[in-house]
Design a protein around this ligand. Structure first.
Ligand code: FAD
Length: 374
């Protein structure tokens, strides 16, 4: 594919920033349009699993990320009330070939953005429409501006406008679960050190907790519980400490201590979509949550977006001419089965609860594994 063509990425989130970084690394001309005027750290944590860390290594971020994150010794699954261990998967030096880190989501995103050339991202550009024509794609933004690109990569997340313009509007599906998420400082906790990374499993609810940084000054939890409904246009709600503590009453004393230390009680809905029938059309292609949003139970949503990015760029690189439709077809062929399997298993919420082999997820190498020719 011609490197001097204009590759427009819609959305500068974790997937969009990653593909922009990879495209620039290989010399492509890329521009990113992001709806927000700036990125404000969400106060949330994220697991970056070995399959995603391989991609981060490739863009030169491995050491930077290891320095600003926690590298847990194990993923420990415990019974919600007794704390009995049902599975203890050794990670990092103890168990895996590649790092598995937990980190502040804002720090992670910032690290990826820092690899981009200045002015790659155009902020405050909310896509509202696009039109394909013979030689390119016209993009129309909410602020009245327009832009013409050769190819468009829709990395605009769960509510993707690119997806909507390609296949029509459909609301995401509420999973029936909501989650409280909060960052706390470890000096608020009496029982330190806590486990590096634990999931507490109950029948219809869970708590995941882990350190966010190397010096272990920050700890984080996600506490998920059932809810009847959620208006999909409301991104987040303010809950109360009473609701949080009542929702997790009877959980192990460590959980009570962690939740009790929270200073905000925001509640996020967990949404998903069934696998999409269409990932690309003419000069437009989708990646990440725009085409396969999932429940977060395997901590793989961003990892899948990054794998998509790496595979798509390799398909661009390996194309013999400018047959972009074949490139997009080959990319989708390489990605649909894996992302659909992860979507489905993530929805089941059993990942690492009991002894299992996680190799098929963690050992996947989007930078080097062969991509099937079609
Ligand atoms: P996003 O990160 O959502 O980025 C989309 C971007 O597009 C945003 O910046 C948005 O502002 C922009 N945008 C949207 N519409 C427009 C428009 N019209 N015009 C211009 N810009 C637009 N994943 C993991 O790998 N590990 C984890 O530990 C993990 N934990 C999670 C915990 C929770 C509670 C949740 C809800 C999710 C978790 N995920 C995790 C999933 C992960 O957050 C997502 O899968 C990931 O952010 C998807 O990346 P993306 O780039 O596709 O979309």
């Amino acid at each position: 594919m011609k490197k001097e063509a204009v590759y427009a990425v819609i959305g500068g989130g974790l997937g969009g920033a990653t593909i922009a970084s990879l495209l620039q690394q290989y010399g492509y001309n890329v521009i990113v349009f992001e709806q927000y005027k700036a990125f404000v750290p969400a106060g949330a944590g994220i697991h970056v699993t070995p399959n995603a860390m391989r991609i981060m290594r490739h863009i030169g971020l491995e050491n930077i990320l290891l320095n600003c994150s926690s590298a847990p010794a194990a993923f420990t699954s415990r019974t919600w009330d007794t704390g009995e261990i049902s599975f203890n998967l050794l990670l990092n030096a103890q168990g895996l070939n590649n790092p598995y880190i937990t980190v502040n989501r804002g720090d992670f995103h910032h690290a990826i953005l820092s690899t981009l050339k200045p002015d790659t991202i155009h902020y405050g550009k909310r896509l509202k429409n696009l039109e394909q024509f013979e030689a390119g794609v016209n993009l129309y933004f909410q602020d009245g501006s327009e832009y013409t690109a050769d190819y468009v990569i829709g990395a605009d997340g769960l509510y993707s406008m690119v997806r909507e313009l390609l296949i029509g509007k459909s609301d995401p599906v509420f999973s029936g679960q909501v989650a409280f998420r909060s960052v706390i400082t470890t000096h608020q906790l009496k029982s330190t050190p806590m486990d590096d990374l634990t999931k507490w499993w109950a029948e219809d609810r869970f708590v995941i907790s882990y350190y966010l940084n190397k010096n272990r000054s920050l700890y984080y939890f996600v506490a998920g519980m059932p809810a009847d409904s959620w208006d999909y246009e409301v991104p987040v709600k303010e809950g109360t400490k009473e609701e949080l503590m009542a929702g997790f009453k009877g959980f192990h004393p460590h959980v009570q201590e962690i939740l009790g230390a929270s200073t905000n009680q925001r509640i996020w809905p967990l949404f998903e979509r069934p696998p999409l029938p269409l990932w690309h059309h003419q000069r437009i292609v989708l990646l990440g949550d725009a085409c396969h949003p999932m429940r977060p139970h395997m901590a793989q949503g961003a990892a899948m977006a990054m794998e998509d990015a790496a595979i798509l760029v390799r398909c661009f690189e390996q194309a013999k001419d400018d047959d972009y439709e074949h490139v997009f077809k080959r990319y989708a062929h390489a990605r649909v089965a894996r992302t659909s399997k992860v979507q489905q298993q993530s929805g089941e919420n059993t990942w690492l609860k009991d002894p299992m082999d996680p190799t098929w997820v963690f050992e996947y190498d989007a930078i080097n594994d062969p991509i099937e020719n079609i």
